[in-house]
Design a protein around this ligand. Structure first.
Ligand code: GDP
Length: 317
């Protein structure tokens, strides 16, 4: 909420401003909160949706600057399967329990109509597990490993021709369940002028089909400006690599071709840095919060309504 709105709400609620005549100590509350959060560690769960071979695993390695040791998936699976792996990462004294879920076999079947079903089931199953924990008489949510999906990175094939129907159908099915960030995969395979047209085409197709993608929040003054400008760059055109090339005295994550080198972290080569900045450094907490307050709340409401109707049905029998 903006400062003026906070002030107005306070006046309306009849809350008075008082001055303290000495130091009391509650100004340490933010530190107490930080210490507690650092002690508990953080959880973040990413779902990568995209066809096999679009560079999902490579991008995850590039984003977290590590090697998650994935095995390449075959193209001939009869159904879509979701595979989740959880890792413990640490940076300075901050621990992150990261779960990366991959859609194995997505888009590989001849009939792609139902590809989204396995994804919807997976997301709902994580919500259901949390709901069941919450409904227990003896709850232990603090020790519970929250597996709810905080963000879905939707990998778009760099065809230059706009979205495929599988993309639109899947994103539409998911947009009330998860924060979706669409990204153009393997963006080094598309020219600069084509890329701008491709981005506009994707955005207009998303809008005309009523697909709501995640908007980086602009209600917090400290990040409003950067988030607003980054919203205009979505879908981010990204490049990933597991290879490093020496540039000056630094080893840079790059892809080498006979005609030149693409540097993953070079902002004039692709939007990788923008994605990392938005996903990890600026808005991770907002995505965690929106998952709980918006998407989970909606699931919970629908489920509890269902349960109530069932109970009423049982009583009237
Ligand atoms: P996944 O099946 O979606 O997880 O795809 P992988 O990450 O296993 O990548 C499949 C192939 O694409 C590998 O040979 C990667 O080296 C290559 N690849 C990954 N990212 C990129 C990229 O940004 N550009 C290009 N041109 N190739 C990429």
């Amino acid at each position: 909420m903006a400062t003026a709105d906070v002030e107005r709400a306070r006046v309306e609620a009849g809350i008075r401003n008082l001055k303290l005549s000495g130091h009391v100590g509650f100004d340490s509350l933010p530190d107490q909160l930080v210490n507690k959060s650092v002690q508990n560690g953080f959880v973040f769960n990413i779902l990568c949706i995209g066809e096999t071979g679009l560079g999902k695993s490579t991008l995850m390695d590039s984003l977290f600057n590590t090697s998650f040791e994935s095995t390449p998936s075959p193209h001939n699976l009869p159904t879509v399967k979701l595979k989740a792996h959880t890792y413990e990462l640490q940076e300075s004294n901050v621990r992150l329990k990261l779960t990366i879920c991959d859609t194995v076999g997505y888009g590989d079947q001849i009939n792609k109509e139902d590809s989204f079903k396995a994804v919807v089931d997976y997301i709902d199953a994580q919500f259901e597990a949390y709901l069941q924990e919450e409904l227990k008489i003896k709850r232990s949510l603090s020790a519970y490993h929250d597996s709810r999906t905080h963000v879905c990175l939707y990998f778009i094939c760099p065809t230059g021709h706009g979205l495929k129907s599988i993309d639109l159908v899947c994103m539409k099915k998911l947009d009330t369940k998860v924060n979706i960030i669409p990204i153009i995969a393997k963006a080094d395979t598309i020219s600069k002028t084509e890329l701008q047209k491709f981005k506009s085409k994707i955005n207009s197709e998303l809008a005309s089909n009523g697909v709501h993608i995640y908007q980086f929040p602009t209600d917090d003054d400290s990040v409003a400006e950067v988030n607003a400008s980054m919203n205009a760059h979505v879908p981010f055109a990204v490049v990933g690599s597991t290879d490093f090339v020496r540039v000056g005295n630094k080893m840079m994550r790059s892809r080498q071709y006979p005609w030149g080198t693409v540097q993953v972290e070079n902002e004039s080569h692709c939007d990788f840095v923008k994605l990392r900045e938005m996903l990890i450094r600026t808005n991770m907490e907002d995505m965690r919060e929106k998952t709980h307050m918006r998407h989970y709340e909606l699931y919970r409401k629908k489920r509890l309504e269902q349960v109530t109707i069932q109970l009423l049905g049982n009583f009237s029998e």
